[in-house]
Design a protein around this ligand. Structure first.
Ligand SMILES: *Cc1c(COP(=O)(O)O)cnc(C)c1O
Length: 384
């Protein structure tokens, strides 16, 4: 069986975990945590990074930092993972679900402005498959209405937005560095991993101090250990959001191989793409659409079938040939938990991806021959 995902180990994980254990600093915010955070700040231009125990936790920190109050509205794509919305729901927010673009699961930036009311507090773009949302448009809308932008960059490590007009600098900017706040995931299904794990990124100076306090259970412990205050105590709300050094040590071993991991994944992704290119004209099967302003971090290779029925049959057919392909999100606006609270608007593009999108195996150790085999099975399915 060709599995859908296989976590990749670089080989140094257990060595660094042993170092963390032997150093006798096993709780959080030690040497490995600081090394990881500094790496991301320097490489991607993030103002302040804080490792968390998951991306879900990082999103919860964002919701607290954004000071979301009951009945505040937050605009979120419906085609996303539960956590994107859940973090804000826990603060009492009303989620205003936005539709995807027609040819891309990302939030349709042109449809955001119509959803804004005096109660709107934040927009949460999700960079699906690591491909950038239209951040220039989203930041302009946010500025016009004085809203916060919180990037769900769970899948978007080492990916960039490159239209250039943001701050008039003609350079590309790392996803996660553009919004006021951002959240990454290092869950074992992502490009670089620590089992469970995540990271909060703070780009807006206003939130830096409070983020550290919320991270450390509402205390000013981090300032105390830097010698900035002479005692520490309870100063705010918060929780235990920081991971132990054991998790950070694992992540450090992955970070050391980031370029290698990304190169390999891009080779595999391009192999899928070149193999299936042209095929879509004959079958209506959709290939991933990477907008001109986005880079590809090869987080995921997905296809869009013509119907739910076709997708169900394709997944079953691939399984017959020992290939595990999987569908992805169900529309959150029609979920058991939220359907009654949703305002009833139809979100047809989101529903289309919920019904028709299928993800193919994508992991470091996937072999080129396996990709060829998978593509051949897909072609055979459509020839039938
Ligand atoms: C994986 C993922 C999350 C959740 O990440 P965890 O680290 O498992 O909490 C949130 N949002 C998106 C878009 C994801 O892909």
């Amino acid at each position: 069986m060709i599995t859908f995902n296989k976590p990749y180990l670089t080989g140094k994980e257990t060595q660094y975990i042993e170092e963390a254990v032997r150093s006798m600093h096993i709780s959080g915010n030690g040497i490995f945590t600081k090394k990881c955070q500094q790496f991301f700040e320097q490489k991607y231009g993030f103002k302040k990074c804080l490792l968390t125990t998951s991306c879900t936790d990082a999103l919860e920190m964002c919701a607290i930092l954004a000071d979301i109050q009951p009945n505040d509205e937050v605009i979120i794509p419906s085609y996303t993972f539960v956590s994107t919305a859940l973090a804000f729901v826990r603060q009492g927010a009303k989620i205003v679900f936005a539709d995807s673009e027609a040819n891309n699961p990302n939030i349709d930036a042109d449809k955001i402005e119509a959803l804004i009311t005096p109660k709107t507090k934040a927009i949460v773009p999700v960079h699906y498959a690591g491909a950038a949302c239209d951040m220039e448009k989203i930041m302009q809308i946010a500025e016009k209405y004085n809203l916060l932008v919180i990037e769900d960059a769970a899948q978007a490590i080492d990916s960039f937005y490159c239209r250039g007009a943001i701050n008039r600098a003609p350079t590309q900017r790392a996803l996660g560095s553009i919004g006021h706040l951002a959240a990454f995931s290092f869950h074992e299904t992502k490009n670089i991993i620590s089992g469970e794990g995540g990271m909060l990124v703070v780009n807006d100076e206003r939130f830096v101090r409070r983020a550290e306090i919320i991270w450390e259970k509402g205390t000013n412990r981090a300032e105390f250990f830097r010698g900035e205050v002479n005692k520490y105590g309870w100063v705010d709300t918060g929780s235990s959001f920081l991971p132990s050094e054991i998790i950070a040590a694992f992540l450090w071993a992955q970070i050391e191989h980031l370029d290698d991991i990304q190169n390999r994944r891009k080779i595999l992704w391009n192999l899928y793409y070149s193999n299936l290119l042209g095929f879509e004209n004959l079958t209506g099967l959709g290939l991933p659409n990477i907008p001109s302003y986005a880079t590809n971090n090869a987080h995921m290779f997905y296809l869009t079938c013509n119907s739910l029925d076709e997708r169900t049959k394709l997944i079953a057919y691939l399984k017959e040939y020992e290939v595990l392909a999987v569908f992805h999100y169900l529309s959150l606006h029609s979920s058991d938990f939220y359907a009654q609270k949703h305002d009833g608007r139809k979100l047809p593009n989101c529903d289309k991806f919920a019904d028709c999108l299928v993800r193919l195996p994508m992991f470091y150790e996937l072999k080129k021959e396996e990709i060829e085999k998978i593509c051949n099975v897909i072609k055979k399915f459509y020839e039938k």
